[in-house]
Design a protein around this ligand. Sequence first.
Ligand SMILES: Nc1ncnc2c1ncn2[C@@H]1O[C@H](COP(=O)(O)OP(=O)(O)O)[C@@H](O)[C@H]1O
Length: 213
Amino acid sequence: MSAADDALADAFFEARKADLERRLKPKRFRHSLGVSQTAETLARTYGADVSTARLAGLLHDWDKCLDDQAIRDRARDLGTDVPDLVLQAMPQLLHGPTAARALAREFPQIPPEALSAIEKHTAASVDMSDLDLIVYVADVIEPSRSFDGVDKLRRAVGRVGLEDLFVLVFQHSLENLVATGKRLHPDTVDVWNHYVERKLKREGTPSGAAKGR
Ligand SMILES: Nc1ncnc2c1ncn2[C@@H]1O[C@H](COP(=O)(O)OP(=O)(O)O)[C@@H](O)[C@H]1O
């Protein structure tokens, strides 16, 4: 069995699930299982690798047990390259990047595609792979999430393309951050513009020509 096959096998999944149950509070552990199942469903729907999706979904919050200072320390120890604003003002945005690095170190057999999705699951990024998009979406719509509009997002699964689904979900995340007066990660505008530009191109809308109200 190759190293990647080992990481995608049931035994590895069950062992990391047991680790995770020890690391996380029960609600966060249930959320992780929900993200794993939802990522698996999305992978089936959109043609991504199902085993990698379920593993990335399971492990995305591996470092969510750390407080702000522990996250900062971990980011420094692991050599994670981050803007100072994020390190100081929004260290919780680093739990994806630190988890990806820590998991790679502890379990080198985890495929890079899964680590990439874990890294990007909170702040997103331009040029995300299908698996990155899937884990981002799964984190927001998994069954234990309950917020106004979640059913609309769930209903869009399979009805719209994966990137369009991501845009809907990312839009919801941004609206929520602004509505609650939160600061935005410095890359957020770039990510939004990147995916909106691509959506406008898919729809054949000339770049920069906003649709009238
Ligand atoms: N683009 C962003 N800019 C700033 N903060 C963000 C951004 N996206 C998510 N967040 C915030 O980062 C924190 C962690 O997000 P997330 O990993 O989705 O956690 P949770 O699973 O607890 O919702 C949340 O407080 C969320 O509001």
